[in-house]
Design a protein around this ligand. Structure first.
Ligand SMILES: [Zn+2]
Length: 487
């Protein structure tokens, strides 16, 4: 079997769609870097990591080519995808070329997109330059938007319904976009922060913390009972390759300790209830960071009554970040996820819609924590266009993360739609969450939310204050009372 056939087979298994695999395999991407400064290096790192999780054929050329290849290979290994099409090389023509620096790449391509970043600033198109700034925020935001543009360019006819925008010129300050004008590149005292869930979006947030150029201090807890799974690497920005039953919290704790020796990181491989029980309710959670995979899990987290919460999420073509400092007026996390009683969508109905299973099957699986039978796995796989191997013998609640941070794309009229993992969505949500965290460290009051369509140009009007909602049990019973609003 030729290398091309092997790659095709691996991609078909990964995505469950022959047409999608062919499209990914026949797309050639070039990354050309002519800027040797620090923010160009960071930008190249994030870009290489983000695009290699989806695209199998990438040539790297220029000052950081070897480093970018290494980053891309690590990304590919973590997702058990084919990596034979990644090279330090250059050719005459590509489908997409990403240009870092001012030198025009010597190649023809239908899309040549220049990307730059400098501190909080992110640029697409002719404006802006990289610099010796070590702030990873601008580079990460610019890389995520550029990666989304690569996807938009190649799949523009498939995405036509959602009217994606071709962004050829953009310059913005991430602080302004996320509505966090006071965020500063300073030392971070993270004491008392509890990270609830360490999946795709939290991986992105923690990469920013790992690469933060200033000192981080304090004691933080990472709470997540799950080990890495074989499909995580397709969606988790900066996930590293793992061997055996590697726990997410342990791997992340080790990376953070290395990057910030003054930070005390406690990995807790347990579910949230067990964690809170052991911690004791007498010791309130000062700041929670919730990167969880369903509204129900977020409602559960809200019921732990953290004093403040940073929330980050992805949902099909949208992603976002918010922060909550409830005081009887400003919203809490639960206000954002108040169950819509008029829609009567309980957890069973949500799962039924997402998986295509019968309500009684869903209820049984949820109540008894049972695992999917081969027939049930086949039903979900057909319903969502994911390979059945990814779902076999899984508990139903673990199925959701497999379907998270991805969107359904139909390639070819007579093929079933496939779920495509969007590492750039998780990355964008991670940046937003990190900005909300910085903002909370500076001004721990008020509640604000931000969201972004990943295929549209960021605008500074997508953030807004969040106010307490009348139907929220946490606010009416606890936060308003504590603030003395109820008398
Ligand atoms: Zn509330």
């Amino acid at each position: 079997m030729s290398a091309f056939d092997k790659n095709t087979q691996a991609l078909v298994t990964q995505f469950g769609s022959d047409a999608l695999a062919q499209r990914l395999l026949t797309t050639r991407i070039g990354v050309h870097t002519s800027d040797s400064r620090l923010s160009a290096r960071l930008l190249g790192d994030v870009l290489a990591d983000c695009i290699a999780r989806l695209w199998p054929n990438i040539d790297f050329c220029g000052v950081w080519a070897d480093r970018q290849l290494q980053t891309a290979e690590s990304a590919v290994l973590s997702g058990s995808a084919p990596g034979t099409g990644l090279k330090v090389a250059w050719a005459d023509s590509y489908d997409v070329v990403l240009q870092i620096g001012d030198e025009r790449p010597p190649a023809s391509a239908p899309l040549i997109l220049r990307v730059a970043a400098d501190g909080w600033m992110a640029y697409l198109g002719p404006e802006g330059h990289c610099s010796d700034e070590g702030n990873p925020v601008g580079p990460a935001f610019a890389a995520a938007i550029a990666s989304a543009q690569v996807f938009r360019h190649v799949f523009r006819s498939e995405l036509a319904d959602i009217e994606p925008e071709a962004i050829d010129k953009l310059a913005f300050d991430v602080r302004q976009i996320c509505g966090t004008p006071l965020a500063a590149a300073e030392e971070l005292d993270l004491d008392g922060t509890v990270f609830m869930g360490t999946g795709a979006v939290t991986h992105a947030l923690l990469w920013l913390l790992e690469n933060w150029p200033k000192k981080a201090t304090g004691a933080i807890d990472l709470v997540d009972p799950d080990p890495y799974g074989s499909s995580n690497g397709q969606r988790y920005a900066f996930m590293r390759p793992f061997a055996g039953k590697a726990m997410k919290v342990s791997a992340l704790a080790e990376r953070l300790r290395l990057a910030h020796p003054s930070l005390t990181v406690k990995p807790c491989d347990q579910d949230l209830n067990t964690y809170c029980q052991e911690r004791g309710y007498a010791l309130p959670i000062v700041r929670a960071v919730t990167g969880l995979d369903s509204p129900e899990a977020r409602r559960q987290a809200a019921l732990k009554l953290p004093q403040r919460t940073i929330n980050l999420w992805t949902d099909e073509h949208r992603c976002g970040g918010s922060r909550f400092a409830p005081d009887g007026d400003a919203a809490c996390l639960a206000c954002e996820y108040v169950e819509d009683v008029t829609a009567a969508m309980d957890e069973t109905a949500e799962f039924q819609l997402e998986t295509g299973l019968q309500p009684q099957e869903v209820r049984q699986l949820l109540d008894a924590s049972g695992h999917l039978t081969p027939e049930q796995a086949a039903t979900v796989a057909r319903h969502r266009g994911v390979p059945v191997e990814k779902l076999l013998d899984m508990p139903l609640r673990s199925v959701r993360p497999v379907l998270c941070a991805s969107a359904t794309v139909q390639v070819g009229a007579d093929t079933p739609p496939a779920d495509v993992p969007f590492a750039f969505s998780s990355l964008l949500a991670g940046v937003a969450g990190f900005m909300m965290l910085l903002s909370d460290l500076r001004v721990p009051q008020g509640s604000v939310g931000w969201n972004q369509h990943v295929f549209k140009a960021p605008s500074k009007f997508m953030h807004s204050p969040r106010y307490m909602r009348a139907g929220c049990a946490c606010c009416s019973l606890v936060y308003a009372d504590a603030a003395g609003v109820n008398g």
